[in-house]
Design a protein around this ligand. Structure first.
Ligand code: NAD
Ligand code: GLY
Length: 367
């Protein structure tokens, strides 16, 4: 089965996203032209190393490229100063040169950490993203946001650093647990909700097929999501305007993540699903969006098995509002919201009364 290529048009930092099943096994062919010498450091986590590293190494050796794997623990805790320091130390010990390229093989945790480390090492070495979760293939591996977490919050220490290429092997998703698949699916739905009602309709009809493993549906969803993200990033790389649309569901979602401790109780993608439901509920409450659209959003997330209610995570609407006030998207004391005039018609606003937000949260808790 063949795949597709999506271009990210960023001038001298432009790159391609290759979406193809089996691409990891063809890694040598996929990155060979980028390498200064036939040597490729690969940074991955223990889970992904067990499942997918052998295919990547074989693909490199088939083209005469020597792989050098660095394997880190899985989980959000790896996006830390401690692991950044360890990784940089390991890369220096292995005498990685400025003309070398580093491969980030894994989910968003590995991609975010490696992208940041690559920017720091020798004042910048190139890196390639090989995302292995749905979330990373449709979101985190594309667009150049890289970061680690601080004790004050998530993704607070980082830089924009675009990869040289993205290798999205949709066959690698076959080993992903259903819960992680669903978390990534929430970000896929987000693209339909923010800017493409037809795509949302396609997901209503095909989402379950995609989640169950249908290759054609997965390629379509990854390619379409990457196209939408590439277009937004190309016109607003540093989130000075439109890129904030990608944060649909994130203001509410982030508050829930903060309330639940950013752990496995509520995954990021799960919080985005609830956040999108709340963003549409608020839009409907303000008379901006038909109530039927808000109901449709909720129905679809619930139908595939994503969480849509806040009650299992907290019953404290005021505390959620307090978390929202601390969000890094607060500007001049005003919270930023991505609201919608309907499915596929999101817009950015700072003009929302806190009382309406609180009423939306209380309404969701009472439902
Ligand atoms: P993750 O990297 O922790 O991966 C989730 C889990 O799946 C891990 O345990 C991992 O080992 C495992 N895994 C990965 N690939 C697998 C596979 N093919 N088969 C089986 N298991 C596999 O999490 P994630 O959801 O990919 O990414 C979340 C991170 O991404 C967060 O840190 C978030 O802040 C970040 N993020 C960044 C951006 C961005 O623009 N840079 C956007 C969204 C999210
Ligand atoms: N994940 C949001 C962004 O890349 O801007």
């Amino acid at each position: 089965m063949t795949g597709e290529t999506v271009a990210v048009a960023l001038g001298d930092r432009a790159y391609d996203i290759r979406v193809e099943p089996g691409l990891l096994g063809r890694s040598g062919e996929a990155v060979g032209d980028l390498l200064g010498r036939p040597y490729l450091p690969i940074v991955t986590d223990e889970t992904v190393a067990q499942l997918h590293l052998p295919a990547v190494e074989a693909g490199l050796r088939a083209e005469g490229i020597e792989p050098a794997a660095i394997v880190l623990p899985p989980g959000e805790g790896t996006k830390s100063f401690h692991h950044l320091e360890q990784l940089l130390d390991e890369l220096v010990t292995r005498k990685i040169e400025r003309r070398d390229t580093i491969l980030a093989l894994g989910g968003g945790v590995i991609g975010d950490l490696v992208g940041f480390a690559a920017a720091l090492l020798r004042r910048g070495v190139p890196f390639v993203q090989a995302p292995t979760t749905l979330l990373a293939q449709v979101d985190s591996a594309v667009g150049g946001k890289t970061a680690i977490n601080s004790r004050h919050g998530k993704n607070l220490i980082g830089v924009f650093n675009q990869p040289r290429r993205v290798l999205a092997d949709v066959a690698a998703l076959d080993t992903l647990p259903r819960r992680e698949m669903l978390a990534g699916y929430a970000e896929v739905v987000k693209y339909g909700l923010l800017g493409d009602a037809t795509f949302f309709g396609w997901l209503e009809a095909n989402g379950e097929r995609l989640l169950a493993g249908d290759r054609t549906a997965r390629i379509h969803a990854v390619v379409h999501s990457c196209r939408m993200k590439a277009a937004i990033v190309a016109r607003d790389e540093r989130e000075e305007g439109d890129r904030a649309l990608l944060n649909l569901g994130h203001t509410f979602g982030h508050a829930l993540e903060a309330e639940t401790g950013f752990g496995s109780r509520l995954l990021h993608g799960e919080s985005v699903a609830i956040g999108c439901v709340l963003a549409f509920a608020l839009s409907a409450r303000l008379g901006l969006c038909p109530a039927e659209d808000a109901a449709r959003v909720r129905r679809h997330f619930a139908a595939v098995g994503l969480p849509v209610a806040i009650a299992p995570y907290t019953n404290d609407a005021r505390m959620l509002l307090e978390h929202m006030r601390q969000d890094k998207k607060v500007v001049g004391g005003r919270m930023t919201f991505i609201l919608a005039r309907g499915i596929g018609q999101a817009f950015i606003t700072r003009d929302v009364a806190e009382a309406e937000v609180l009423a939306t949260l209380e309404g969701a808790l009472a439902a």
